[in-house]
Write a protein that binds this ligand. Structure first.
Ligand code: SF4
Length: 344
């Protein structure tokens, strides 16, 4: 059968464990973030039921001059990787200028987009730069289900069009990953999504994560997924991968990686080690340690520059957050709802 061979997190772990025999010591505190997510705009064309931040946000977005200042500082601090999200970054006119600064300084870029009603002249310019990866949100290959969750008729079509457009117009191989949020409505169809992209051979990775309940609409629309349901989703997808790989043993089209993401893993690691690897910069220029936690550590320029604010405050972010008693009874990704719906 023609198709991409599917690899999983377990395959990556085996590869990494074999290659990393040296006793590498990780410092307890970093002088700069390793990676960042920057929500460059509060504007968004989508209307996802599970959206964390009430986008589109009518907020005091950072001025372009401040965004450029911040981008240059991030480069000077030698941050390895930055994901540019929103809202919808592909409608932000500031995006290209920021991306150019990062590319000139060899900072890896990933654009996180819905693909819905985006500005294709921005996509064209990004493809000419050759070094940009894309993370595109698709929850289901069934348009009715996908569009319901994403809050817009035509959302799936928009995302698939973007993938096709990138593949038809890229000047070099562009890394594309699919970000998929599993809910009670779509989890049983997750194998269809994996099968679709494995056979179509047009994306490199699929990341599947359970929905985190951060507003009451998720509850009212019965999207919440239980631990058992998500486990079933993983079992079904893994079973499908086994069967699928048995007939694509000689991958003519390369590989596609399917990963299940536990959003709590990073929070647990931060609380246990107090080591801050990075964080999220909001459209108004504030710093969060996780999109799934309500805690806001304040402006990136609070102590003058981002570097200073990082050194004196954000690099100790998990130490600060650990004092928040609300986090003491959060032990897994499914507990995160307690921080939102239980207080509404
Ligand atoms: S695309 Fe992202 S920011 Fe926009 S509504 Fe959906 S989750 Fe929210």
């Amino acid at each position: 059968m023609i198709g991409k061979r599917i690899i999983t997190q377990e395959d990556i772990n085996i590869f990494l464990n074999d290659g990393l025999n040296s006793p590498f010591k990780i410092p307890s505190k970093f002088s700069a973030p390793i990676s960042l997510i920057w929500e460059v705009t509060g504007n968004c064309n989508s209307n996802c039921i599970y959206c964390s931040g009430s986008f589109p946000k009518h907020i005091n977005e950072m001025k372009k001059t401040d965004k450029i200042k911040l981008a240059k500082e991030i480069c000077d601090m030698k941050v390895f990787m930055i994901s540019l999200s929103g809202g919808e970054p592909l409608i932000s006119h500031d995006l290209l200028e920021l991306v150019n600064i990062f590319i000139e300084n060899d900072v890896s870029i990933m654009i996180c987009t819905s693909g819905y009603r985006i500005n294709y002249s921005i996509v064209d310019a990004l493809l000419r730069l050759k070094k940009v990866s894309f993370n595109i949100s698709i929850d289901s290959i069934n348009d009715e289900i996908n569009d319901f969750q994403r809050g817009r008729v035509g959302a799936l079509k928009g995302a698939l069009n973007l993938i096709e457009y990138i593949r038809n117009n890229e000047l070099t191989d562009t890394f594309i990953s699919i970000e998929s949020v599993a809910t009670r409505k779509n989890y049983s169809g997750m194998t269809d999504l994996v099968e679709y992209f494995s056979k179509n051979c047009n994306v490199n990775e699929i990341r599947i994560q359970p929905v985190v309940t951060m507003n009451k609409d998720v509850v009212e629309n019965e999207l919440e997924i239980s631990k058992e349901e998500f486990k079933n989703c993983m079992i079904n997808v893994k079973k499908f991968i086994e069967e699928y790989n048995s007939v694509v043993s000689e991958p003519s089209e390369g590989y596609i990686c399917v990963r299940f993401v536990d959003q709590f893993k990073m929070i647990k690691n931060g609380l246990e080690t107090e080591r801050t690897w990075g964080g999220i910069i909001t459209p108004q220029g504030e710093f969060l340690l996780s999109v799934y936690l309500p805690s806001n550590l304040g402006s990136v320029f609070e102590l003058g520059t981002f570097r200073e604010t990082w050194n004196k405050k954000f690099s100790d972010g998990w130490k600060i957050l650990k004092k928040d008693s609300n986090l003491s009874n959060i032990n897994c990704v499914y507990d995160l709802r307690k921080l939102y719906v239980d207080v509404l």
